[in-house]
Ligand binder design. Structure first.
Ligand code: GLA
Length: 409
């Protein structure tokens, strides 16, 4: 595998000639579980033994992922976010896990996760300290990359708090990428570089894709419709600059799936799942897999929607039209197929119909001269065969989405 870990700069998206980090990983958007949105920085294990950031949390999550269909659905990474560390480095300058919350250490946790057929993700920060105030990697990029590799870590989420300056932020993201590569271990590199840059400077996505496997552009996701709505809207408003960059090896990251928590209605959960598939987003759930309602599990493990998210062509979707608070999105898939989403943004009233001509889809090519249409969400349904000049009328509930797969005949 080490031979696969090399700096070969390839044109990942031929049309846009975007050069991607080719460390052999993230050829489709990575999938897994990440503790942050649901479990935040819980460190009081005496008061909250099953909610604190501890080895128990991650081993229990790995157990459920392996036992209850998550792994088979494609969710592979069990990821630690902020607050796993002890407040200081060890006597040799290495990062160390909090000894009370991770008595076995990260190496043992990685072994356990690997024994379940899963992979382990960890978190650090480009600056002097993490966003929650734990030790950062600044000045220690090589050592930290080597430490993570020696523990058997498979993914690094590298945050951008406390970087000092924009120059140091960029240099830090580049240097950590090089340091990870130098370890010879394939490690998915998850960045927040453009998010921290954007308030001051337009990110250079061509460069970011040379160093990162995925990158956050926008604020942290919250367990609320407002948050999901704002992420989708931000993505549409910036699609001209970000969609063409995404492809195998490098993805825009709209942040975690919060389905299965408290803040989204059923319609809104469907919208998050459908839109994260259209956006070719990394799928990191942040929820409590030990306590999932069957509907949330059905949605998160839905094979057809995951197949759209993971489509090997690796093209991100985009908004085609916005009309009377309906949004029409499409994503080109392999074999000339298209995923199509109709989102109803109206937050008053009941279900409404959106009628559109199939000539609009795929620049006129998606249903040319005819196509078959399969509905994937909110329920599976076969719409049958249509031709180029047909219209389709779909009923969409407020804040819900209808997700279709259109296959040309
Ligand atoms: C930032 C990141 C979040 C999370 C927290 C941890 O806010 O954007 O995803 O990692 O830091 O402190």
């Amino acid at each position: 595998m080490a031979a696969a870990v090399r700096w070969v700069l390839v044109a990942a998206v031929a049309a846009a000639a975007v050069v991607a980090l080719d460390n052999g990983v993230a050829r489709t958007p990575p999938m897994g579980w990440l503790h942050w949105e649901r479990f935040l920085c819980g460190t009081d294990c005496a008061a909250e033994p099953d909610r604190c950031v501890s080895e128990r949390l991650f081993t229990e999550m790995a157990d459920v992922m392996a036992a209850e269909g998550w792994k088979e659905a494609g969710y592979e990474f069990v990821c630690i976010d902020d607050c796993w560390m002890a407040p200081t480095r060890d006597e040799r300058g290495r990062l160390q896990a909090d000894p009370r919350r991770f008595p076995g250490g990260i190496r043992a946790l990685a072994d356990y996760v690997h024994s379940k057929g899963l992979k382990l993700g960890i978190y650090s920060d480009v600056g002097n300290s993490t966003c929650a105030g734990f030790p950062g990697s600044y000045g220690h990029y090589e050592l930290d990359a080597q430490t993570f590799a020696s523990w058997g870590v498979d993914l690094l989420k590298f945050d951008g708090c406390n970087a000092g300056s924009l120059g140091l932020l960029a240099e830090g993201y580049r240097n950590m990428s090089l340091a990870l590569n130098k370890t010879g271990r394939p490690i998915v590199y998850s960045c927040e570089w453009p998010f921290y840059l954007r308030p001051v400077q337009q990110p250079n996505y061509t460069e970011i894709k040379q160093y990162c496997n995925h990158w956050r552009n926008f604020y942290d996701v919250y367990d609320s419709w407002n948050s999901i709505k704002s992420i989708v809207e931000w993505t549409a408003l910036h699609q001209d600059s970000i969609v063409k960059i995404a492809g195998p090896g490098g993805w825009n990251d709209p942040d975690m799936l919060v389905i299965g928590n408290f803040g989204l209605s059923w319609e809104q959960a469907v919208t998050q799942m459908a839109m994260w598939a259209i956006m070719a987003a990394p799928l990191f759930m942040s929820n409590d897999l030990r306590r999932m309602k069957p509907e949330a599990k059905w949605l998160l493990q839905n094979k057809e929607v995951i197949a759209i998210n993971q489509d090997p062509l690796g093209k991100q979707g985009y908004r085609v039209a916005k009309d009377k608070s309906f949004e029409l999105w499409e994503r080109p898939l392999s074999d000339r197929a298209y995923a199509v989403a109709v989102l109803n943004q109206q937050e008053i009233g009941g279900p409404r119909n959106f009628t559109f001509s199939l000539t609009f889809l795929g620049n006129g090519l998606a249903c040319n001269p005819a196509c078959s249409i399969q509905q994937i969400l909110p329920t599976s349904r076969d719409w049958g065969v249509y031709n180029w000049v047909s219209s389709l009328s779909v009923e969409v509930n407020p804040t819900g989405t209808v997700l279709l797969r259109v296959v040309p005949l």
